[in-house]
Write a protein that binds this ligand. Structure first.
Ligand code: ADP
Ligand code: ASP
Ligand code: MG
Length: 412
């Protein structure tokens, strides 16, 4: 008999029929003798609908009130699932984040979990109940409702599994595991049996939304056995694992991640004196804008060009700050570009193989795709390209690194 935390995402609870199907699935596990804690997301589209409503009142809604509202989506699904379980004769009880007491900091819309009170849930489990917990939400020390950032129900699932010392955390979704890249973009993507925490962390942070990055961080930190599975199809899914097998079969690249969430800013003709980077990025960071990739060109005529990327949501803010800096520093001009995308190759196999980056650049060159920026780490290489070439780039890299599924064995 095991204790399993099962998290079901938005599409898996998108209709009443699907919620009934989820209840059937949970019942089957429980009939098999397992103790089950379920975490659910809001019905698909609901969180977006709520955010849109708020934006009709104010372009930048007050974060505290936004959290009060968006957290309601999950409150609906926990109640519906608990009802569906009880209807099937399975004792069940639903709790909001506040009722469990999932304590977070007060960073509304992107709060971090600080502590989970496991006692109430443990009492219910002992009494034979399935506990259904609202994902994505918590409560701060002062009793304010908080949310954990988009995709945050994954993190609730993993954090609960850690707090309850569960035997496994199962993330059920609308794909049957983690793929070499988003199977909705590359039909030849292949499901991975296993991926290391380190690789999954890079994939998530570089744009693969199949798991929220904080969920992967949590799972790695507390060694929570984590598996991604399809909600309504049988299969082994993908295990996120700690061990890095040193086998000959180890692929150099495990996956390709991408995102369209960034924008690029360039300040041109900056007088090249010591402290340039600080003078530019100091005020940007003071304006609470996070910077991702950075390139500073070699100086000529005693001036330099400085380029960096930020989240698209921060673009207007960053542009304004940069114009102020440009005027102060006597720079020539500020240019912005929101039509960019970032593509990254990820794999622990890179550590033991040379020439991975050049193979990536060659594949992009063959498709005539211009690389605007590059950044590397031990297990990833990222490039910024023009957004319209994104899908072509991902497909070309998928083929170049021999990740394509054999013919007749594709996801779609
Ligand atoms: P849920 O609502 O269940 O949390 P998400 O939409 O957040 O589901 O995540 C699942 C989606 O992640 C898939 O439908 C898929 O399009 C996308 N995705 C992106 N990258 C990958 C990948 N490498 N492997 C699998 N799915 C991926
Ligand atoms: N409902 C939230 C969202 O759409 C949380 C989640 O689905 O994980 O982002
Ligand atoms: Mg998700």
């Amino acid at each position: 008999m095991a204790l399993i935390v099962q998290k079901f995402g938005g599409t898996s609870v998108g209709t009443v029929e699907r919620i009934e199907q989820v209840a059937e699935k949970v019942k089957k596990f429980r009939d098999g003798g397992d103790d089950i804690v379920v975490v659910v997301s809001a019905m698909s589209g609901e969180t977006n609908r709520l955010i849109d409503l708020a934006k009709q009142i104010s372009e930048q809604p007050v974060p505290r009130e936004l959290d009060v509202m968006v957290s309601t989506g999950e409150q609906v699904t926990i109640a519906l699932l608990a009802m569906a379980l009880i209807k099937r004769g399975v004792p069940a009880v639903s709790y909001t984040g506040n009722q469990v007491r999932i304590l977070t900091d007060s960073a509304h819309t992107k709060a971090r979990i600080l502590q989970i009170d496991a006692q109430r849930i443990q009492r219910d489990i002992k009494a034979g109940r399935v506990v259904v917990v609202a994902g994505f939400q918590g409560v701060d020390e002062k009793g304010n409702i908080t949310t954990l950032g988009r995709g945050g129900s994954d993190t609730t699932g993993v954090a609960l599994a850690a707090a309850l010392k569960a035997d496994e955390c199962q993330i059920y979704t609308d794909v049957d595991g983690v793929y070499t890249t988003d199977p909705r973009v590359v039909a030849k993507a292949q499901r991975l049996d296993k991926i290391t925490f380190e690789e999954m962390l890079e994939m998530a942070s570089l744009g693969s939304k199949v798991l929220q990055i904080r969920a992967v961080e949590f799972a790695g930190k507390y060694s929570v056995p984590l598996r991604v599975l399809h909600s309504f199809q049988e299969g082994p899914g993908t295990l996120i694992t700690l061990d890095e097998e040193e086998s000959m079969e180890q692929p150099i690249i495990s996956g390709i991640a991408f995102n369209r969430d960034e924008a690029k800013l360039t300040i041109r003709g900056v007088p090249d004196t010591p402290g340039v980077a600080f003078k530019i990025l100091g005020p940007i960071s003071a304006a609470n804008v996070e910077v991702d990739m950075i390139v500073q060109n070699v100086a000529h005529d005693n001036t330099t060009d400085f380029t960096f990327t930020v989240h698209r949501n921060d673009y207007n803010n960053a542009f304004q700050v940069l114009q102020g800096i440009a005027a102060e520093m006597g720079a020539r001009e500020v240019i912005g570009d929101t039509n960019i995308a970032k593509v990254s190759i990820v794999g622990v196999g890179m550590r033991s193989h040379a020439g991975v980056a050049s193979r990536m650049f060659e594949a992009l060159a063959k498709e005539n795709i211009n690389i605007q920026m590059i950044s590397t780490s031990e297990i990833k290489v990222s490039v910024v390209i023009e957004e319209k070439y994104l899908e072509l780039a991902v497909r070309a890299l998928h083929t170049a690194f021999e990740l394509d599924a054999p013919a007749g064995n594709t996801a779609e």
